[in-house]
Design a protein around this ligand. Structure first.
Ligand SMILES: [Zn+2]
Length: 1023
């Protein structure tokens, strides 16, 4: 807090009390006394808690909601268990009973009288204490209870232990918040952690003597303990100085003697403690920028990453200084960070103390420590309701995290941020400022229209958006606001906010109204457009004209719905001439720019606006192609860079048995950020046929808010390769002709329109698509004409046939992490046939991403013309190359009946792994395919297929066909090798009849390179 004269402060208090006077703000006070002891053999806590509850509201209370959060770990039906599973985390789902946890032995008394209390009907980690006598406004009651906690595995969430490393967080019975909106009972969740009453804590912890203990609050009367810690500090400093780091992370035996340490802290809303016998300890001091008083800094860490942690005090001190300077001095006596290699990664904030996960590099450790320390302000001191408004702490805190990095490391690029990863550098990350981390994370969701408004409740965010929106987009919009307001005034306003709301529960309205009041400017647009909607920014420069007085007029179009402020900068020779902020508008507007020498105008030059398309933000005042950015050709690809027109290229080498080796180059504009138009052109030269081949693909992505569709995609595909070789030798010999051998080519042109339906709930794992594909195949055919009278008149002709196939589909996919399934309906037709099919996939999930996979296929013909083409039949066997009549897949040998080419297959229709000519039908077919989970550590699975089709007595003896065998699953759905052990007699006979009965010839494989689509991998794995 910048110091104001006391008169000023007085005036401000007067004004604010009248400004906020009508809000009827109150908050309850809750003071705790807890005695707890740790049993480090059974991993249990035994405790007694005494709570003083002061009713500061104007309401008479008849009951009090309590949180019993250790019960969140009790079974797999809790809100926590469900949220973890929805987020794709299966640790708790597959946890052993002994890794779960709970709280019990409760016996609530109020003012020493027993009372009635009951568990919440829905959530076992909430209960309700029914008061014998109503609690009147301004009255105080004393609530007591013993409790016992069985600690869960700390791998599940935040409370628990890994072996004898203890993280005792969110662990004691605690009243829910009662505020102007009534009670806020909430089950414990991983996503959206806190809303708690402020008060004081007096906690006595008993545990074996050789535990190093770190907690919220100050140690009371603990001279011996402090001397012991100081000894540890000296040892740690020596270890760092001599760089004698050990890798030993084993736990020493616990002393038989116990110790009890008392901690006290006022004006906090939570209390956490951590105990580990292995901790090294560092201790330092930092002087606060405004008051000049000093604060202790502590770091506790294990042998996991001691070298990284040797610099941890610097990070703790810098974060404390930075937040104190910008917002207001740290009001407690110590700031502590502990190394919690027990947690899965990242970090977690508690008052005074934060737990930090494994970091791997300096920058990640510093970022995590400073972020978590920063939460002392945005969470600890400004105790907003994180469950309902997560951006109030995670968002604002990420904004300060971004500023901390920008201030301390102005030249920091994403290279350092991502840990100097070679692949990421290759993608161009080293060219991007640290801020791009937040931008890319927001754009990844926004360009796919799967983003969400910042202002929604924590549990409603998708797992991705909790980071991409709550953290990243919030940081961007507050940076935008700061740039618009001006940094100095913005910081003053934030200090005013801190001073007025510290140790309270500010809401988003309180934040915006406080800033609005201080800045004396309208701020509702910020709340309405940027926090409550997911509308995007896309300003575009249309035209520029220079007037006679050397001033400029620039026509700018707002391509989106939010009319919020925008800046325009003039540049000369790449140097900034000046920047002007303009008020927001809808549609088009002419900007006037003062007389100046400018050769280039740029919207949002310093990247302060969360723009989703920067490619249209630029215009040169002279020359042709004024809006075109220079072309940048990138090998493989680079991250989106607005300063270039980017085109990626990748030399490609292909092979099939006819074209032989093919060499070419793919040019494409795909990127992790989805573009409206995306394309690939891949011309190649085939050395076997000495001819051009290749493929091309263009996609138009249409996203609109308020539509029933999440996204509409239009796509056109083109491809051409050879698919057979016609060897004329035999024909020439028999007919005394001299025809040259030749190749047959195919050309495919397909159009697809796909509608992805909007989800009912953003977090839903269900996606649905409806679409239509029109496939046109032009393929060379060979026709032989034999003239029996005069064989020299016999001819071989190559002609082209055309076929068109329409396909309508509907797909439903639930990609939930446990037992995902999907259903696909297909209706295929042209003038020769019409057929319908349904494919059902269901996986039964086991631990470690292992699953039993079931697939059911059923298909039937609806009609068949007299000139029906046999190519369109259903087939029991997975498709060989020549059966892929839509030319959808890539085969090594599309027309082979022996050798490697013949062994390649695609699991379609009946999807039998063994090849068979049986079960080719133009009536109906059903089949069930089973793949077992992996057997052991090797990629071995078992498969079994069973199917039936139109029964043909001349071909079959068995009404059902089957095969079983080994699936060597080298890359699921891409590269699998199938070795059949046994199959129906009918199949055996047919194999012999076709000369394919030899064991090695029954082995087939899939090589579905078409399933490796970076974009789908992003869509399926991130969203
Ligand atoms: Zn955070």
């Amino acid at each position: 807090m910048l110091k104001k004269s006391s008169l000023n402060t007085f005036v401000i208090i007067l004004i604010t009390s009248s400004l906020f006077g009508q809000r009827n703000y109150f908050q309850q006070e809750v003071n705790y006394t807890i005695n707890v002891s740790l049993n480090d053999v059974k991993h249990e806590l035994s405790a007694f808690e005494k709570i003083e509850y002061i009713n500061n509201s104007l309401d008479t209370l008849h009951f009090i909601y309590f949180h019993l959060w250790p019960n969140a770990y009790k079974n797999k039906e809790t809100a926590l268990a469900k949220q973890l599973l929805e987020n794709g985390e299966t640790t708790m789902y597959f946890a052993k009973e002994s890794d779960l946890g709970y709280i019990d032995s409760l016996n609530f008394l109020i003012d020493n009288q027993s009372i009635k209390w009951e568990y919440d009907v829905e959530h076992i980690d909430i209960c309700k204490l029914i008061l014998n006598q109503p609690l009147l406004p301004n009255d105080t009651i004393q609530i007591t209870t013993p409790f016992h906690v069985k600690l869960p595995s700390a791998k599940i969430s935040r409370l628990g232990h890994i072996d004898q490393a203890y993280a005792i967080t969110q662990w004691y019975p605690k009243p829910a918040v009662y505020d102007n909106n009534g009670w806020h009972p909430m089950p414990y969740l991983n996503q959206g952690e806190f809303y708690s009453e402020f008060g004081s804590y007096d906690v006595k912890i008993t545990l074996p003597q050789n535990y190093v203990l770190a907690a919220t609050g100050d140690r009371i009367d603990a001279r011996e303990e402090i001397l012991w810690l100081n000894k540890k500090v000296a040892e740690t400093e020596k270890m760092i100085e001599e760089k004698k780091y050990s890798k030993d992370n084993s736990f020493p035996p616990s002393s038989t003697e116990l110790k009890t340490i008392q901690f006290k802290q006022y004006r906090v809303h939570d209390f956490a403690w951590f105990a580990d016998k292995r901790f090294h300890v560092l201790n330092g001091k930092v002087e606060l920028p405004h008051s000049g008083s000093s604060v202790d800094t502590w770091a506790f860490f294990t042998n996991n990453e001691p070298e990284l942690w040797s610099k941890s005090l610097e990070y703790i001190a810098d974060a404390t200084l930075f937040y104190s300077y910008l917002n207001g001095d740290y009001p407690y006596n110590h700031v502590t960070a502990i190394d919690g290699t027990i947690s899965a990664g990242g970090g977690m904030e508690y008052p005074n103390i934060t737990i930090i996960g494994e970091s791997h590099n300096d920058l990640t450790l510093e970022t995590t420590i400073m972020h978590e320390v920063g939460h002392n302000w945005f969470y600890g001191i400004l105790g907003s309701n994180e469950r309902d408004y997560p951006f109030m702490d995670e968002g604002l805190n990420s904004f300060y995290e971004m500023r901390y990095m920008r201030t301390k490391y102005p030249d920091l690029t994403l290279k350092e941020a991502f840990g100097n990863n070679k692949i990421l550098n290759f993608l161009g990350l080293n060219k991007f400022k640290h801020k791009s981390q937040y931008e890319l994370s927001y754009l990844l969701a926004a360009t796919r229209n799967v983003d969400q408004p910042i202002g929604i409740k924590a549990p409603e965010f998708t797992n991705y958006n909790y980071g991409g929106i709550v953290y990243s987009k919030s940081a961007l919009v507050f940076d935008y606001l700061m740039n618009y307001i001006g940094m100095e005034r913005f910081d003053e306003a934030m200090q005013f906010y801190f001073e007025n709301w510290k140790f309270q529960h500010p809401s988003p309205d309180d934040l915006v109204n406080t800033l609005q009041y201080y800045l004396n400017t309208d701020m509702q647009w910020f709340l309405k457009d940027l926090l409550l909607t997911k509308e995007k920014f896309d300003y575009k420069i249309c035209k520029h004209k220079q007037l006679e007085d050397n001033s400029h007029v620039i026509l700018v179009k707002n391509q989106n719905k939010i009319p919020d402020p925008v800046s325009l900068s003039g540049l000369k020779n790449g140097k900034l001439v000046g920047t002007v902020w303009y008020n927001g508008f809808k549609g088009k507007k002419v900007f006037e720019f003062p007389p100046s020498e400018v050769d280039n105008f740029v919207i949002d030059y310093n990247g302060a606006i969360p723009e989703i398309n920067r490619k249209n933000n630029n215009i040169r005042t002279k020359g042709i192609l004024k809006k075109r950015e220079p072309l940048q050709l990138n090998f493989i690809g680079k991250i989106d860079n607005p300063h270039y027109t980017q085109l990626n290229y990748l030399p490609i080498l292909g092979y099939n048995q006819y074209n032989k080796f093919m060499l070419g180059c793919a040019f494409y504009n795909y990127n992790i950020i989805q573009r409206k138009t995306e394309f690939t052109i891949a011309p190649m030269y085939a050395f076997g046929t000495n001819s051009p081949v290749g493929f091309a693909d263009i996609t138009q992505n249409i996203t609109q808010n308020n539509s029933i569709f999440q996204q509409i995609t239009l796509n056109a595909k083109l491809k051409s390769f050879a698919y057979d070789f016609v060897n004329t030798t035999f024909f020439n010999e028999n007919n005394s002709t001299h025809f040259k051998s030749f190749y047959l080519n195919y050309y495919k042109i397909a159009f697809n329109v796909d509608f992805e339906l909007k989800k009912k709930r953003d977090r839903s794992s269900i996606t649905q698509h409806i679409g239509y594909t029109n496939t046109n195949i032009f393929n060379d055919n060979v026709s032989y004409h034999l003239n029996y009278a005069d064989s020299t008149l016999s001819t071989i002709n190559k002609n082209t046939s055309t076929s068109l196939i329409n396909n309508f589909y509907y797909s439903f996919k639930d990609s939930r992490v446990i037992n995902p399934y999907s259903v696909l309906f297909n209706l295929q037709h042209n003038d020769k046939f019409g057929k319908a099919s349904i494919t059902l996939n269901y996986a039964i999930t086991f631990k470690n991403k292992n699953s039993l996979d079931l697939r059911l296929f059923a298909g039937a013909f609806i009609y068949k013309a007299s000139n029906f083409n046999h190519d369109y039949r259903f087939r029991m066997s997975s498709f060989s190359g020549y059966q892929d009549y839509l030319y959808d897949y890539n085969y090594i040998g599309r027309n082979e009946i022996s050798g490697l080419g013949a062994a390649q297959m695609v699991e379609q229709d009946g999807a039998f792994k063994v090849w068979t000519p049986l079960g080719q039908t133009s009536k109906w077919l059903v089949a069930l395919n089973i793949k077992s989970p992996k057997v052991g550590k090797l990629p071995f699975k078992l498969f079994a297929d069973i199917g039936a089709s139109e029964f043909n007595e001349s071909l079959y003896k068995d009404k059902f066909l089957y095969d079983v065998g080994l699936d060597i699953c080298l890359w699921k759905n891409v590269f699998e090798v199938f070795v059949p052990f046994a199959y129906s007699n009918d199949i055996k006979n047919a194999l012999i009849l076709n000369n394919r009965g030899n064991f090695f010839e029954t082995i087939r494989f899939t090589l579905n390179l078409h399933n490796i689509k970076p974009k789908e991998i992003i869509n399926n794995n991130i969203f």
